[in-house]
Design a protein around this ligand. Structure first.
Ligand code: LLP
Length: 432
């Protein structure tokens, strides 16, 4: 949950800092990330999965999914805590290296890795490429050969498991583009091919079934499918060192709902894996959480500029918009919203950004402390897939981001200026 915020004396505090004062000082729209919350979230994984190392003597690795939020201060913080990296592009690998993530803790995902990205991964000596197709396998082997190296690879399988989440963020169904199909034998065929290749070293099996999972049963089903496959591989004489079950643990966007914790996830996964201990050697266990590490640490502050009544609703217009935070427009995602100032009066309102799109709405018919022009609203749980999916639509610069921590308040990303908006545009000579 949101453990590091509180409402006190009618004001909203993040890590002990008054949100309205932060908005005054740094301007709006403003992303606020709580360092303390990220630490809490990371430690929940470490605590919950300690049992894996104790009971099996094998490693447990958290590889943070950089796509959730790859701000350098955030990635450095997690790296300092001992966290690894799940990267999906050369750009994310670049950031992981700048964040001093040890190469043994970097895994490379994605279904369309380019040769340049593969070279970069091999040169970095990453723990594994999570191979998504036979075509990619061939390219990795060829590239490693050219470099005179051997690349570590894991195979991403498509287990055909229903994650029971939003269709746009489910990934492990047959109809999804990801992974090698197990049932039809393609995955096995690919791994057998790999064992014949000279420049790849098969180390693992990988799987990721979707994001924002609020039910534990799909994780159990996933773990079974992966372990059944590992057993099948053993029969073929192929030993697996790493099992990577991806990310996906959801967070409680809706404040009145209970969802599974890291502890619930750990119990489910560990118990399922241990069922196989007489059949195969227990592997190292890797997870790639993104959302559950950083989402609850982030707040987006927006200032109310206009209020308008219509026959249907009362619109409260804030200076944050869908370009800053796409999730509601893109997935009809629910985010909790509050007025940072507590009022005697409450009011039912709809909250919108200022972009020229009808989907630029953060919440409809929400009961808030009566919003007035000048008030600061806080949108909760935007630490994951917030700034990382932000864009410049409507020629709006992406916002500032600050980090609140026990050590103080730090600017960790500067606001984009008008000049930044056109910095990459080039006007041909005849139009000058
Ligand atoms: N590993 C792989 C291979 C993934 O594809 C993803 C997310 C993760 C790990 C991290 O999953 P998480 O722990 O964050 O659920 N933009 C969407 C979410 C897309 C997730 C894509 N893959 C959203 O805002 O809900």
């Amino acid at each position: 949950g949101n453990d590091t915020v509180e409402i006190k004396d009618g004001r909203f505090f993040i890590d002990g800092y008054d949100a309205v004062e932060l908005a005054e000082k740094f301007g709006t729209p403003l992303y606020v990330m709580s360092e303390e919350q990220i630490k809490i979230n990371y430690n929940k994984y470490i605590e919950a999965f300690k049992r894996w190392e104790e009971e099996t003597g094998k490693e447990f690795v958290v590889a943070y999914a950089y796509k959730a939020n790859a701000n350098l201060a955030i990635t450095r913080l997690l790296s300092k805590l001992g966290c690894g990296a799940d990267v999906v592009s050369g750009g994310e690998l670049y950031i992981a290296k700048l964040s001093n993530v040890p190469s043994r803790k970097i895994v490379f995902n994605g279904n369309c890795k380019t040769k340049e990205e593969i070279i970069m991964g091999i040169e970095t000596k990453i723990r594994s490429f999570n191979v998504d197709s036979i075509s990619e396998l061939i390219l990795i082997n060829e590239t490693a050969k050219e470099l005179g190296e051997t690349a570590n690879i894991a195979f991403r399988i498509n287990p055909n498991v229903n994650p029971k989440t939003h269709p746009k963020i489910s990934t492990g169904l047959k109809k999804n583009k990801f992974g090698l199909d197990v049932e039809s034998g393609v995955a096995l065929k690919a791994i057998k091919m790999a064992t014949e290749m000279e420049h790849v070293n098969v180390v693992g099996v990988h799987c990721h079934i979707g994001s924002q999972l609020t039910d534990i049963s799909p994780f159990i089903e996933e773990a079974r499918k992966v372990m059944d496959f590992v057993v099948e591989l053993k029969k073929e004489g192929i030993e697996i060192e790493d099992v990577n079950l991806g990310g996906g643990l959801g967070i409680p966007y809706e404040k009145d709902k209970q969802i599974p914790t890291q502890k619930d996830l750990a119990d489910a996964i560990i118990n399922t894996l241990l069922e196989y201990k007489d059949k195969v050697e227990m592997p190292n266990l890797i997870l790639e959480p993104g959302r559950s590490l950083v989402a609850t640490a982030g707040y987006l502050l927006g200032r109310v500029h206009h209020i308008k009544e219509t026959p249907i609703t009362k619109w409260v217009m804030i200076d944050a918009g869908m370009n800053d935070m796409m999730r509601p427009a893109m997935y009809e995602a629910y985010h909790h919203i509050i007025n940072c100032k507590v009022k005697d009066e409450k009011e039912k309102v709809s909250i919108a950004g200022g972009l020229c799109e009808s989907s630029d709405v953060f919440g409809r018919d929400r009961e808030l402390d009566k919003p007035e022009v000048g008030d600061i609203l806080a949108i909760f749980d935007v630490g994951a897939y917030g700034i990382s999916m932000a864009n410049n639509y409507n020629a709006r610069g992406r916002p500032r981001m600050i980090l609140t921590s026990k050590k103080g308040v730090f600017l960790i990303r500067e606001r984009e200026t008008y000049a930044d908006l056109i910095a990459k545009d080039i006007v041909p000579p005849h139009l000058l």
